[in-house]
Design a protein. Structure first.
Ligand code: CO
Length: 151
């Protein structure tokens, strides 16, 4: 089911999200809906608060694959990159943000099994952007100016 993507100004985007503690059918449904919603919106990532659910779960859709990260935590961050970002909750805008070049994250999948991944480049940028959402942070808070997106 496609869910509505909440837009900047909605207080749910500014919450510190709660950890997921039940790996049940409700979580599976949320993640399925987030995937469908993200694919339709053709974005690189979506965090649960963006569909109005203040839980620590995100999905990322990048050339490396499709990933669901539940209760993700950084292990380390290395290097630096600087480039353009947008957000499905800040429609029609873009801005340049400094991010680490490479990150390692531990997380759980929808069944509650624990994994880790290393992401670099755009993948790392997407992971960092989505994890920020879980702490109520939007890229516009970090960007060197926000402009209308050209397409
Ligand atoms: Co976003």
């Amino acid at each position: 089911m496609i869910r509505e993507i909440v837009q900047v100004g909605d207080p749910v985007l500014r919450k510190r999200c709660e950890p997921v503690n039940r790996f049940d059918g409700e979580l599976a449904k949320l993640l399925d809906d987030m995937k469908e919603t993200l694919k339709k919106a053709e974005g690189a990532g979506l965090a649960a608060p963006q569909v109005g659910v203040p839980l620590r779960a995100v999905c990322v859709d990048v050339p490396e694959g499709y990933f669901e990260l539940v209760n993700p935590v950084f292990v380390w961050q290395k290097g630096e990159q600087y480039g353009a970002e947008g957000c499905l909750s800040v429609r029609g805008k873009a801005g340049n943000v400094r991010r680490p070049e490479k990150v390692k994250v531990i997380f759980y999948d929808r069944k509650g099994d624990r994994y880790s991944l290393v992401a670099r480049g755009f993948f790392a940028r997407a992971v960092c952007h989505e994890l920020d959402h879980l702490d109520g942070i939007l890229y516009i808070d970090k960007a060197d100016g926000v402009r209308d997106e050209e397409d």
